[in-house]
Design a protein around this ligand. Structure first.
Ligand code: 1HE
Length: 266
C-alpha cells in the first residue's frame, strides 16, 4: 500500500460547530498537489454545509510549502492554467463561502501556502512561522490568487520586494506588513485559531455572511456605491428576528457587554 492509501491528504473534524481542516502531507511539507486541491475542495464544501466557522492548519512542522513542484514540472501551458484556475475556485469557496475561516500558521507559509492562508479571513501565526514568495527562484509566478489577495494585504511594494528578492519574513514581520492579524507563542496557533473561530461562530450567521461578502466588495466600490450598499446590508441584517432578539437581549442586560481591554466592566 502507498502512503496515500493509508492516510487522507486532508483531514476533517467537526467539533462544537467548528470545522477543523488539516493539510496532511507532512512528509512533503504539505505541498499542494492536484489531489490535495480536490480533497481540500470537498472538505470546504462539507464545512460550508455543517459548520459555523472553520480552522485551517497544517500537520507536521510546516503549514504549507506551496505548489507541489514535482507535479508542476511536467505541465503544459494549458494544464498550468487549468491548475491555477482550480486553485482559484477552491480558494474562492473559502473567501466567499458561507462561514468565516481562521488559518493557524506555523513553519513554512510559502508560495501557494501563503496564497491559501490569504484566502482565509483571520490569520494566526505562531513564532515558528515564516513567509516567502519564492516563485521567482523557481521560474514561475503566483497562481493561487496571490497577486490579488496577498497584494491587497501587504501592498504592491512589499509584495514586489518578497517576489523579487525571495526574502523570508518571520512572524512578527508578517504581522507588521499585515499578512497576519495575530502572533502567538510557538505551538499555540491552532488553539488560538479555534478560540477565534468560536467567537466568530457565536455571531449571527447573517452578520458573518455580510462581513465576509460585503466588506471586500465595498472596498472595491466607489465611495457612494459603497455607502449605498452598506445601508442595504445594514438594514437587511438589522431587521431579522435574530437581530431583534439580540438587540433586546442587550437592552434587557441578558447579553455580554463589549470587553474593555483597559480593565473596565468589572
Ligand atoms: C516539496 C515541496 C514542494 C518540500 N513541492 N515537494 N514552494 C517552494 O519553493 C518551497 C520549497 N520547499 C522548501 O523550501 C523547503 O522544503 C521548506 C522550507 C518548506 C521545508 O524545509 P525542510 O528542510 O523542512 O524540508 P525538505 O527536506 O526541503 O523537504 C522535505 C520533502 O518535501 C522533500 O522531498 P524528499 O522526497 O526529498 O523527502 C522535498 O522535496 C519535499 N518538498 N516542498 C514538492 N513545494 C499555484 S502557484 C503557487 C506557486 C508556489 O507555490 S511556488 C513556491 C513553491
Amino acid at each position: 500500500m502507498t502512503r496515500a492509501d493509508q492516510q487522507p491528504l486532508v483531514t476533517y473534524e467537526l467539533s462544537e460547530g467548528i470545522a477543523l481542516i488539516g493539510l496532511n502531507r507532512p512528509e512533503k511539507r504539505n505541498a499542494v498537489s492536484d489531489r490535495v486541491i480536490d480533497a481540500l475542495s470537498a472538505a470546504i464544501d462539507r464545512a460550508d454545509r455543517e459548520a459555523k466557522a472553520g480552522v485551517l492548519f497544517g500537520a507536521g512542522n510546516h503549514f504549507c510549502a506551496g505548489l507541489d513542484l514535482a507535479e508542476h514540472a511536467e505541465r503544459t501551458p494549458i494544464e498550468g492554467i487549468r491548475n491555477s484556475r482550480g486553485w482559484h475556485a477552491v480558494f474562492a469557496k473559502i473567501e466567499f463561502g458561507m462561514i468565516p475561516w481562521v488559518s493557524a500558521l506555523h513553519g513554512a507559509v510559502v508560495g501557494g501556502g501563503l496564497e491559501l492562508a490569504a484566502s482565509t479571513h483571520i490569520r494566526v501565526a505562531d513564532k515558528s512561522a515564516f513567509f516567502a514568495l519564492p516563485e521567482g527562484q523557481r521560474g514561475i509566478f503566483v497562481g493561487g490568487g496571490g497577486s490579488v489577495r496577498i497584494q491587497r494585504l501587504m501592498g504592491t511594494a512589499r509584495m514586489m520586494d518578497l517576489m523579487l528578492t525571495g526574502r523570508s519574513l518571520n512572524a512578527e514581520e508578517g504581522e507588521r506588513v499585515n499578512l497576519v492579524q495575530y502572533v502567538v507563542e510557538t505551538g499555540e496557533a491552532r488553539a488560538k485559531a479555534v478560540e477565534l473561530a468560536k467567537k466568530a461562530a457565536s455571531n449571527a450567521e447573517l452578520s458573518n455572511y455580510a462581513v465576509i461578502h460585503a466588506l471586500p466588495r465595498i472596498h472595491d466600490m466607489a465611495r457612494e456605491d459603497g455607502l449605498f450598499t452598506e445601508s442595504f446590508v445594514a438594514s437587511f441584517t438589522t431587521t431579522t428576528d435574530e437581530a431583534k432578539e439580540r438587540l433586546r437581549a442587550f437592552l434587557e442586560k441578558r447579553a455580554a457587554k463589549v470587553h474593555n481591554p483597559n480593565g473596565g466592566n468589572a
